[in-house]
Design a binder for this molecule. Sequence first.
Ligand SMILES: C[C@H](O)CC(=O)SCCNC(=O)CCNC(=O)[C@H](O)C(C)(C)COP(=O)(O)OP(=O)(O)OC[C@H]1O[C@@H](n2cnc3c(N)ncnc32)[C@H](O)[C@@H]1OP(=O)(O)O
Ligand SMILES: NC(=O)c1ccc[n+]([C@@H]2O[C@H](COP(=O)([O-])OP(=O)(O)OC[C@H]3O[C@@H](n4cnc5c(N)ncnc54)[C@H](O)[C@@H]3O)[C@@H](O)[C@H]2O)c1
Length: 725
Amino acid sequence: MDSRTKGKTVMEVGGDGVAVITLINPPVNSLSFDVLYNLKSNYEEALSRNDVKAIVITGAKGKFSGGFDISGFSEIQKGTMKEPKVGFISIDIITDLLEAARKPSVAAIDGLALGGGLELSMACHARISTPGAQLGLPELQLGVIPGFGGTQRLPRLVGLTKALEMILTSKPVRAEEGHSLGLIDAVVPSAELLTTARRWALDIVERRKPWITSLLKTDKLPPLGEAREILKFARGQTRKQAPNMKHPLMCLDALEMGIVSGPRVGLEKEAEVGSQVISLDTTKGLIHVFFSQRGTVKVPGVTDRGLMPRKIKKVAIIGGGLMGSGIATALILSNYPVILKEVNEKFLEAGIGRVKANLQSRVRKGSMSKEKFEKTMSLLKGSLDYESFRDVDMVIEAVIENISLKQQIFADLEKYCPQHCILASNTSTIDLNKIGERTKSQDRIVGAHFFSPAHVMPLLEIVRTNHTSAQVIVDLLDVGKKIKKTPVVVGNCTGFAVNRMFFPYTQAAMFLVERGADPYLIDSAVSKFGMPMGPFRLCDLVGFGVAIATATQFIENFPERTYKSMIIPLMQEDKRAGEATRKGFYLYDDKRKAKPDPELKKYIEKARSISGANVDPKLVKLSEKEIIEMTFFPVVNEACRVFAEGIAVKAADLDIAAIMGMGFPPYRGGIMFWADSIGSKYIYSRLDEWSKTYGDFFKPCAFLAERGSKGAPLSAPVEQARSRL
Ligand SMILES: C[C@H](O)CC(=O)SCCNC(=O)CCNC(=O)[C@H](O)C(C)(C)COP(=O)(O)OP(=O)(O)OC[C@H]1O[C@@H](n2cnc3c(N)ncnc32)[C@H](O)[C@@H]1OP(=O)(O)O
Ligand SMILES: NC(=O)c1ccc[n+]([C@@H]2O[C@H](COP(=O)([O-])OP(=O)(O)OC[C@H]3O[C@@H](n4cnc5c(N)ncnc54)[C@H](O)[C@@H]3O)[C@@H](O)[C@H]2O)c1
């Protein structure tokens, strides 16, 4: 393969008259333009050759295709690649050359057929699949739409309602379900895939099997009036669920056009819309997230050294509280045998009970069978001492946030655990060097910072000190992958990456309220921006105890940029500590529904009198845009510090940390990507102005000042950064 080309196809014509075209573009046989142009040439040749009666398309190495090559979208967005004529791939090649050919095509699907991969197969005249293969149109998740005919052919093959479900949720179905839906014609073992597909293709030629043109099928489509109702409902749901994104509605436009005006017009609309969505900001954000999420496991100086992860056969967890029980749940769900240690029988029982409850909720929802529940629970053993720690490969400490207790535990672990054992802490804020101070095992001490609830939240911050060995990071990255977390490797400091970014966000919100802004308007603006909830609702959810504990760490470590507000401590004094006490910034009813509380004013006024802050008429009347800027630019500022200090090696890692740890909207691409979409100059100038009016909390850091003065992108690599990794 030429080093400049991305993938290819090969065609072999058998003595039976079947041309087998194999898609080859590792690792997922994505459909790059090179692959697609090769496919076109193969088809032209196959259709012109007299010795070819039928065609089978398959993918190399057990994968049909993961869809269009997503990096192609990035290149078109950057202008480094020219987009082909609108409709060239979907209409000229896939429809007019392949589907309308005089010779039938059969798709032989192994492993996966996603996005453009499934769309290509739907243009074939039959689809044979191996069991368990994943079939789906996940394009909306990437900000694009199914653009190779998927909006037209899927409803015609599986019906409108199911097609909408598959497209709008981006969730694939397995081959077996695909078979019952009519998407797949036969499911056969892997060893029989090609022979069956070849035979099927010849059977179509001989008219022993039907020659089906998906695009012309109508039997699965509902009558027009009903279809319009279904689409109207889908539009309403989409508007509610994705109010800040245009592409799902544009996708529905293409789908509807095909149903109302016929598939050819539908294909044309799909091609037009497919081209338009590429340049949407939300699409740029989502595509950036796709690659950034996969990039977090590439850590310079660590994962490029040829180290192989060691096998972790057994894990011990110390502390079966909220976090320990969640971490244990995540591990046993991925088949790791776990020992859970607690201080006494009562706490141990409670910890195991929490793990049980986590799994039982899956059984109740039907996502776990009773047998699987028993089998999974059998991987968990309780303990009150360290005797059973003698053969563990990794310990994760999750006791309360107390330095001396953690130090004692790590000293004990050094005595009981084998020499190779990884010693990890789930601390949210404490310096890992301090935790390991009383040991000689600094090279195997690492942070494994999970987020609550640990068995649900997708992020794992892997915290590395100056001493942590690369091997330990590689091992933990592997565990992270096995327990299906997205890991982000960061350096050691108070709050690491996520909590450091989170803190100014909450503080900015408190600052605004003390100066007269309405907390409920702030929450509403932030929710509209795309966060799952506003900062005040979130404080209520996590509880004021946690908020105060984190604030204490920040006040101690970063006093020059901490805004000290008394609102939360004052409420805490009155036993209103958030949702758990049914009162916080909001009042909560039995169903945990939040309602604004007029009494909140009292606490705000008292806090104002303590801090000496005055109501600022400008801040009382902030627009939604200004609210977003005043709450998120301080986050950008802190993210810049984290990046400049080398706590994060790549700006994209901070994007993923913000999305998965803070709930930052993925379609905005993450905190640094979003900041660059606004421009460093503007952000710098706003922060600089506010710092002059309101103090150092807003003061832009040196990194932001430098880049802002030049208008340089914040996410560009840091040269000569004081990298801690
Ligand atoms: C016009 C059309 O309608 C538009 C389209 O088809 S858009 C594309 C639609 N397809 C998708 O969204 C599928 C995206 N891919 C995936 O969901 C998953 O990668 C997968 C299920 C295929 C495989 O998952 P998994 O085995 O966990 O591997 P994963 O780490 O995600 O990917 C392996 C590598 O393939 C790359 N890759 C996966 N799908 C790709 C694609 N469609 N294009 C380009 N690269 C892709 C990943 O970036 C990664 O690269 P890296 O090793 O350099 O980091
Ligand atoms: N709560 C969160 O949202 C969150 C998120 C991320 C990280 N963390 C961190 O996780 C750790 C645990 O937090 P949590 O919320 O689960 O606390 P928790 O109070 O719910 O649980 C702590 C558990 O540790 C047990 N414990 C104390 N000493 C022990 C010992 N010597 N041996 C065994 N068990 C012992 C306690 O009995 C208790 O059950 C803290 O370091 C915290 O900062 C918490």
